[in-house]
Design a protein around this ligand. Structure first.
Ligand SMILES: Nc1nc2c(c(=O)[nH]1)N[C@H]1C(S)=C(S)[C@@H](COP(=O)(O)O)O[C@H]1N2
Ligand SMILES: [Mo]
Length: 356
């Protein structure tokens, strides 16, 4: 992956950014992100699917291969899941030098309520072979990435696929999936970064050897150089974001805040262990004070809310930050850990405000 030699966004990056939108951060005030405000990432084109002829094939090393229509899928017991999803590239544009790809700032996140069927239950129906190791999920979308022509495909270990609480979702926030979010069926793996959640699913293949498709390697590897093998990107690091307070300046998005009692609020999530605490700083991360946590969604995989009553010590310019820590003691760093793909940047958010 190329990196920029300056700070200017290229036309290629702008084109990607215009197709793939983030969640406006004011939507952090909603526990469930309204569908149109959920972030969007599409590597190739949105495929338009005829639901009547669509089939999900379950094949490979299974005793009972299956070919299911949408009605066959919907006939099975429904499971529901509320999950926060974040693109692994969230924060990429803040890295220096900037890896050239979708140039997210901090907004590639959203929380949806998914309805569908249990992946584990469906795989048990198909009866994977004893020698099975990986399960591959292939989408209908096709394109070229890193010079390699491919269908979008990602895999999970058999254990993660069977036991990870994954859902094959046909509903998002109580309505059929919209085209851009994977109609008619997508994978949702709670706690994992976004790329895992394969949209426009057409095939689930059980393999007896590890899957080596492009989106597993060289895609989504945490590494410093092209030569390095690196490690796979998997679960979401702890992160918190603030709903921007006050009102924005149109061009810079800097915030203008009035008064001496300002409610700061936002959300925090982590795919490796539940959120333990959130702290707030008004001096760019020098000193921290605890925020109050509100677990308003009844799901371990959904973000928690946080709030903090801020009494600005004076009028003038401040840099507000928030920092989440999970139950494993993993916390957000002040500076990102640079890597070639621009993944897993969970450095604390910095919000510039002017208090009047
Ligand atoms: N088939 C397919 N699935 C995909 C993608 C894709 O391009 N094609 N993008 C992935 C990535 S990188 C992310 S971050 C999420 C985004 O899901 P959303 O657009 O519903 O928010 O979908 C994932 N699933
Ligand atoms: Mo992503």
């Amino acid at each position: 992956m190329a990196v920029s030699d300056d700070t200017g966004i290229s036309l290629d990056e702008l084109r990607l950014a215009a197709r793939n939108h983030g969640m406006p951060l004011e939507a952090l005030r909603s526990a469930i992100t309204p569908v149109g405000l959920h972030y969007l990432l599409v590597h190739f084109d949105v495929p338009f699917v005829d639901p009547d002829s669509w089939r999900l094939e379950i094949d490979g090393a299974v005793e009972r291969p299956m070919s299911l229509s949408l009605i066959d899928v919907r006939r099975r017991p429904e499971v529901e899941l509320t999950a926060t999803m974040e693109c692994a590239g969230n924060g990429r544009a803040l890295l220096e030098p900037r890896p050239i790809s979708q140039p997210w700032v901090t907004e590639a996140v959203g929380t949806a309520h998914w309805g569908g069927v249990s992946l584990g239950a469906l795989l048990r129906e198909a009866v994977p072979a004893d020698s099975a190791v990986d399960v591959v999920f292939t989408g209908l979308d096709r394109g070229r990435d890193g010079g390699v022509e491919q269908q979008y495909a990602r895999s999970l270990s058999l254990l993660d696929a069977m036991e990870g609480g994954a859902v094959l979702a046909y509903d998002m926030n109580g309505a059929p999936l919209p085209a851009q979010h994977g109609f008619p069926l997508r994978l949702v793996v709670p706690g994992w970064y976004g790329m895992t959640n394969v949209k426009w699913l057409m095939e689930i293949t059980v393999l007896e050897e590890p899957f080596t498709g492009y989106q597993m390697a060289p895609g989504y590897r945490f590494r410093q150089t092209e030569e390095e093998e690196g490690r796979p990107v998997t679960r979401m690091r702890p992160r918190s974001l603030m709903a921007p307070p006050g009102m924005p300046d149109f061009l810079t998005r800097e915030r203008i805040v009035d008064g001496d009692d300002v409610l700061l609020e936002g959300r925090a999530w982590s795919g490796t262990a539940p959120i333990a605490r959130v702290e707030v700083s008004d001096d760019g991360g020098e000193t921290w004070a605890p925020a109050e946590i509100e677990r308003d969604l009844d799901d371990r995989w959904a973000w928690v809310g946080w709030r903090f009553r801020w009494r600005p010590p004076a009028a003038g310019a401040f840099t507000l930050c928030c920092r989440a820590t999970n139950e494993r003691g993993e916390t957000q760093p002040l500076e990102p850990e640079w890597n070639l793909g621009g993944y897993e940047n969970n450095a604390v958010q910095r919000v510039s405000v002017t208090v009047r």
